[in-house]
Design a binder for this molecule. Structure first.
Ligand code: MG
Length: 171
């Protein structure tokens, strides 16, 4: 149905997510719900799973539901050290209540070390299982920043994600 500007609403929405966490000693490194052996982990109120946080923000953005900080504030003790996959499951519920289903997810981790190539399948499987979608709907990538900037200096990690969602009303 064209809107008043003549655009046809095809029922698709795109979302973008970005997150950064500092690296710190005596923290586990959790990425996409996978505990990855490393001498440092990410600091944060929850398990600081930067990759999952970017996915959550992209999904919330695509469905017009704001951002992660608004739904799961770091001032709330309920979310202290919580697995971000639990929060991702809550985002799944919010998304379906809003009338959207996930078409695909493309997430990129920016980290100088460690290499996560061996963990990408497990990360993608965790995200897909938590969201109730097929693993081939989730693409996990990783890159370094060639030693440049705070990520290159191993002060932290970042993640970027784009998602496409479709209105269940239009299918
Ligand atoms: Mg975060």
């Amino acid at each position: 149905m064209p809107d008043d500007k003549g655009y046809k609403d095809v029922g698709l929405r795109i979302g973008w997510g970005y997150d950064v966490h500092r690296l710190a000693a005596e923290r586990p490194l959790i990425l996409g719900g996978v505990a990855i052996p490393h001498h440092q982990g990410l600091a944060g109120h929850s398990d600081a799973d930067v990759l999952t946080h970017a996915v959550m923000d992209a999904l919330l953005g695509a469905s017009g539901l704001g951002d992660i900080g608004q739904h799961f504030p770091d001032s709330d003790d309920r979310y202290k050290d919580i697995s971000s996959l639990v929060l991702l499951g809550k985002v799944r519920t919010l998304l379906s209540r809003q009338g959207f289903e996930i078409v695909n997810i493309d997430v990129t981790l920016l980290a100088e070390a460690p290499r996560i190539a061996a963990h990408k399948t497990a990360i993608g499987d965790n995200l897909a299982r938590t969201l109730g979608i097929a693993p081939d709907r989730v693409n996990v990538k990783a890159t370094t920043t060639e030693g440049l900037g705070p990520i290159g200096r191993k002060e932290g990690m970042a993640a970027q994600c784009v998602v496409l969602v479709a209105s269940t009303a239009s299918s």
